[in-house]
Design a protein around this ligand. Structure first.
Ligand SMILES: Nc1nc2c(ncn2[C@@H]2O[C@H](COP(=O)(O)OP(=O)(O)O)[C@@H](O)[C@H]2O)c(=O)[nH]1
Ligand SMILES: [Mg+2]
Length: 437
């Protein structure tokens, strides 16, 4: 069985599809060809059905309605892996913009690269017969995708590509948020985050379609802009780590702008805190979700260390870490048990804060690290709290019982601990690293 599948999404391509399939078979009769058709009203699928009777290498995925280019690729990838056990997949358009003669070149490059891009904008690449306006849109889209999103390729929007299935599987491709054209940018963004990934661009001559109409719409262009903004935010915050990307992607409903604020605020704090911790085990006090947009155990999932325990007043199901339902004033741990204790957004809810600090001290190892984060009740915080609680107040189950400013917090904590480092997160949230005294 041939280990390469060519995936071709189609929507109303009756003038092109037969000829294209025949050309591909001409170039290599062993290739699997997977057509993903979205119930094209022009009967594209019927033409493919007929060809299927002649050529065994043709496969047809019929979807009930137009569901977008991105999800069509996903359906094709999945089929190629599960039904055909493919090692390589090639994606191309069905309108002859992508020359089937390039396929052998893509396959030979896949021996050494994880992703091979048929590129219009690399040296030697060309665009032919395309109206000026389309060229401009394509160039602009590509500029945004490469410059803002930060992918280091010249053509981030080309649909003519070869992938090693192995690389696709590393990025949870079926969870990619974009379902339309901007899938192409998002998947490069994700793939380029894989460690030691090898990407190659080969020049192609892109020919504008002669038959049928382009399916790119205004809506797709707006969605692509949204994708660029979203990925740019990810890029700024997440930088290199695919693990964080997957985490965020799974936990956030991406259409709500408040998610981004929440994400920036909490993840920013997680990054700072994780740098303050030492090796060894960790206790996260109050390990429930920090906002309704995030998951329970968000911090422990974020730092992703083995020996982690979370406690909370409410019963919580932590999928990857140990959980104990407990009160901070009476924690079920032996003395000097933890290398690290993290108490985020918790002390301001505890009336007996001295008692809580002493209890934390009891369970910490002598050289252990405590990181506290809590609001600094400054003027800025008061303003933000006022606006926030009047807008989203329902998100808070508890009231803040203690309203200390920075100095008051440091005075209180210094009674029991040596403060080693402080950070004013967003100017209204204190992060305090301390050691036992
Ligand atoms: N299955 C499926 N195919 C699509 C969809 N949208 C576009 N296509 C196909 O994707 C390929 C690229 O589309 P095209 O309209 O040529 O985009 P353009 O080259 O950017 O103008 C073509 O083969 C289309 O038939 C869709 O929603 N579902
Ligand atoms: Mg086209």
């Amino acid at each position: 069985m041939n280990k390469t599948s060519v995936i071709i999404p189609t929507y109303n391509e009756k003038e092109n599809i037969k000829k294209l399939i025949e050309k591909i078979i001409e170039s290599n009769k062993d290739l699997n060809i997977i057509i993903v058709d979205d119930n094209s009203p022009d009967g594209t699928a019927d033409i493919v059905e007929e060809l299927k009777n002649i050529y065994k290498t043709i496969h047809l995925i019929k979807r009930p309605k137009k569901m977008g280019l991105g999800t069509a690729y996903i359906a094709g990838f999945r089929y190629a892996k599960q039904n055909l056990n493919s090692e390589y997949v090639i994606t191309m358009d069905s309108d002859f913009s992508h020359d089937p003669k390039t396929i052998p070149d893509i396959i030979s490059n896949l021996q050494n690269y994880d992703l091979v891009i048929g590129s219009r904008y690399t040296e030697g690449g060309k665009v032919i017969d395309s109206p000026l306006i389309r060229r401009f849109i394509s160039k602009a889209a590509n500029f945004f995708a490469t410059f803002f999103v930060g992918v280091k390729v010249k053509d981030a929007t080309s649909g003519f590509r070869g992938y090693r299935i192995e690389a696709l599987e590393k990025i949870n491709y079926d969870k990619i948020f974009s379902n339309g054209y901007s899938f192409l940018t998002e998947i490069i963004y994700k793939i380029s985050k894989i460690k030691d990934i090898k990407i190659k661009e080969i020049p192609i001559t892109f020919l504008d379609r002669k038959y049928g109409k382009s399916k790119i719409s205004k809506k797709e262009i707006i969605k692509a802009m949204y994708t660029v903004i979203r990925l740019t935010i990810f890029r700024i915050i997440i930088k290199k780590d695919l693990h964080y990307y997957n985490l965020v992607e799974n936990e956030f409903s991406l259409f709500n702008p408040i998610n981004y604020l929440s994400f920036i605020f909490h993840t920013g704090r997680y990054i700072k805190i994780s740098k303050m911790l030492k090796d060894g085990n960790i206790l996260d006090i109050g390990c429930g979700r920090p906002s309704k947009f995030m998951s329970d155990g968000a911090f422990l999932n974020f730092i992703n260390r083995k020996e982690s325990v979370g406690i909370d007043l409410n019963e919580i199901n932590l999928s990857k870490h140990d959980f104990i339902k407990a009160n901070i004033l009476n924690m079920p741990f032996a003395n000097k048990h933890f290398d690290n204790v993290v108490a985020m957004e918790i002390l301001e809810h505890i009336e007996e804060v001295d008692k809580a600090l002493l209890e934390i001290k009891r369970i910490m190892k002598d050289d252990g690290v405590l990181v506290i984060s809590t609001p600094d009740n400054s003027v800025l915080w008061k303003i933000i709290w006022f606006i926030w609680s009047n807008t989203f107040g329902r998100m808070w189950q508890h009231k803040h019982l203690i309203e200390y400013n920075k100095k008051e917090w440091l005075d209180k904590i210094s009674k029991y601990f040596k403060v080693e480092e402080t950070n004013n997160h967003f100017s209204f949230d204190l992060i305090i690293k301390c050691k036992k005294i």
